[in-house]
Design a protein around this ligand. Structure first.
Ligand code: CUA
Length: 316
């Protein structure tokens, strides 16, 4: 996995809404290229014209008021009006499904400095930074913020939507094919704005249902002795004051939910791959990876980190 390197493109649309945006982009590129070519040709003509030659006669005609009205006012107005109408149609294609249409699966996303809380109200499921959706079914995401203004953006699936404190903004899309779609925060929100990524994982309905089922389960108590020791370390150093692990005494709501941490592909809001070494690096010194992040260094003495990692990696 190439974290931070796989850059999503609006020109690689994977939903009808994103296709509409890509089409508008191409149409505007063609129009802009044509206008640029015509204007460049006229400028060259003006530079190269010879007094009394063919260029001069054309230049005099272009100086004509009627030509000025057509080339300088009528044509630009027509082009701008055309693009405006096209934009309106794209706006409609990318708008959230309203109550009269099928809104489909509803997911609530809360942006925070600097990660994404994800809730599936239907299953009372809470997760973070990884949003699973079924392929070919409409999904409506309700976005808000717990602190400053952020912007939720999955370029391959739809347009941006602002995450504003105290306000629910909605975004709908239907993923056309299975895949992992990189999402990002598109509104400057502080020091770690650039490390506020996430993934939308679109999968076939059966796989999605099974994911939903496993996420709805509370965390299983650790079975291995090491992991049990790890849970004690987790409780003693105070992880639970910020993090929630369903089915345990950990009910913190400040940081990302960790109930099924091990099932996610990334940690630190799609900043690091979710493997043992990166987990260790993150837990011991989050400020090294994300300076300014709300998570402090974990006060753990030497060898105790191993059982803690055992416990965290067992949260599947
Ligand atoms: Cu959150 Cu930028």
């Amino acid at each position: 996995m190439l974290i931070g390197v796989d850059s999503p493109s609006i020109l690689d649309p994977k939903s009808d809404a994103a296709s509409s945006i890509a089409e508008l982009w191409w149409v505007m590129l063609v129009i802009a290229t044509l206008v640029f070519a015509v204007v460049t040709a006229l400028v060259l003509l003006a530079i190269l014209r010879r007094r009394g030659g063919a260029g001069d006669r054309l230049a005099r005609r272009l100086g004509d008021n009627r030509l000025l009205a057509i080339g300088g006012v009528a044509i630009p107005l027509l082009i701008l009006a055309g693009v405006f109408v096209l934009s309106l149609s794209t706006l409609r294609d990318t708008a959230p499904a309203d109550a009269s249409e099928e809104q489909g699966l509803r997911i609530e996303v809360t942006a925070r400095q600097w990660f994404w809380d994800v809730t599936y109200p239907a299953g009372e499921i809470v997760t973070a930074n990884e949003i699973h959706v079924p392929v070919g079914e409409p999904v409506t995401i309700s976005v808000e913020s717990a602190d400053v203004i952020h912007s939720f953006w999955v370029p391959e699936l739809n347009r941006k939507i602002d995450a504003i404190p105290g306000r629910d903004n909605e975004l709908s899309f239907t993923a056309a094919e299975p895949g992992r779609y990189r999402g990002l925060c598109a509104e400057f929100c502080g020091l770690q704005h650039a490390n506020m990524g996430f993934y939308v994982v679109a999968e076939p309905a059966a796989e999605f249902e099974s994911w939903l089922g496993s996420q709805a389960e509370p965390a299983e108590p650790p079975t291995e002795a090491e992991a049990r020791l790890g849970k004690q370390v987790f409780d003693r150093v105070g992880c639970a004051s910020c993090h929630r692990i369903a089915g345990t005494s950990a009910e913190g709501e400040v940081g990302p939910d960790l109930t099924h941490l091990a099932s996610r592909e990334t940690i630190a809001s799609a900043t690091l791959p979710n493997d043992r070494e990166h987990l260790r690096e993150w837990v011991l010194d989050p400020q090294h990876t994300k300076p300014g992040a709300k998570m402090p260094a974990t006060p753990i003495a030497g060898a105790e980190i191993e059982p803690l990692l055992d416990y965290l990696q067992g949260l599947e």
